[in-house]
Design a protein around this ligand. Sequence first.
Ligand code: SF4
Length: 322
Amino acid sequence: MLLDWFHRCARDYPWRRTRDPYAILVSEVMLQQTRLAVVLGKGYYQRFMDAFPTVTALAQAEEQGLLRVWEGLGYYRRARMLQSTAIAVCERHHGRFPTEENELLALPGIGPYTAAALRSFAFDLPSPLVDGNVMRVLSRLYDDVTPIDTSSGIRLCWLRADHMLDREHPRLFNSALMELGQRICKVGVPHCLDCPVSSFCRSHQPENLPVKVKRMAITDVVERAVWVLKNADQLLLHRESGNRRNGLWRLPQRSEDVTRSREILLEMNYGITRYRVRLLVYEGSEIKPEEGDEWIGLADLESYPMAAPYRKALRSLMDCSR
Ligand code: SF4
């Protein structure tokens, strides 16, 4: 029933037209923290595959070029990890992805979910696959109130997905179960009248499932950045270090003491993980470069990789200064 429905209604995604494990890995990593509408609709997937069409091309990519192509997707650690996986595949397996779960799990950046996705989608091997959509479907099918963000809830979902898996058609089955969660058994009120597996479903109040225990606390922070020009054709930028945005560029930040009496040129809000950020950009004449700051020609700004909020702020300020 589920596969019949999928044969009739499956959506056509580029990664479903291929068995290339590299192309499937790229899609899986992008979709980990970015919505499908963004990955596909804004052309990120295609742009990445055009820039780095093979695992070897990604393994050999320059860091700045890689970050520039990833720009706008956020969570830049994913791009670096993807490259580490590509390098390991080239060095350990001569550019060919292994099929065994233990060999996949030994690669950097590959956890149980990604290993199962590669095994089932690329190699059509019988590995169950559980993402947020599948968890919701399973909670409702079994009318189970075990919280899905606890280790027992997660374990139960994987056991059920394994029990339910169509071992003759793992690739199709896993795709179908995920798509059922995306389109029919949706967050909030599901479309039970259109559901191909409704005769198996035990849920009476599916809109109350799945249950979760954790709520993420949101923290407010203020970022104070400065807009410093030299000779009207160079802008002071700062190269970030640390885990999250290492290698990306942004406007330099200064303390509240330094910026207090300066004019605010731009104010913008954005969210990242558990932070709600208020970005203030101040007029920065006579501010001197500090460690990590560099003068960059205005004509070259577009080639420097930058987190999306800073790119937006920069473009807005450039428009105002013209
Ligand atoms: S019948 Fe409704 S709640 Fe049950 S799996 Fe289908 S869409 Fe989800």
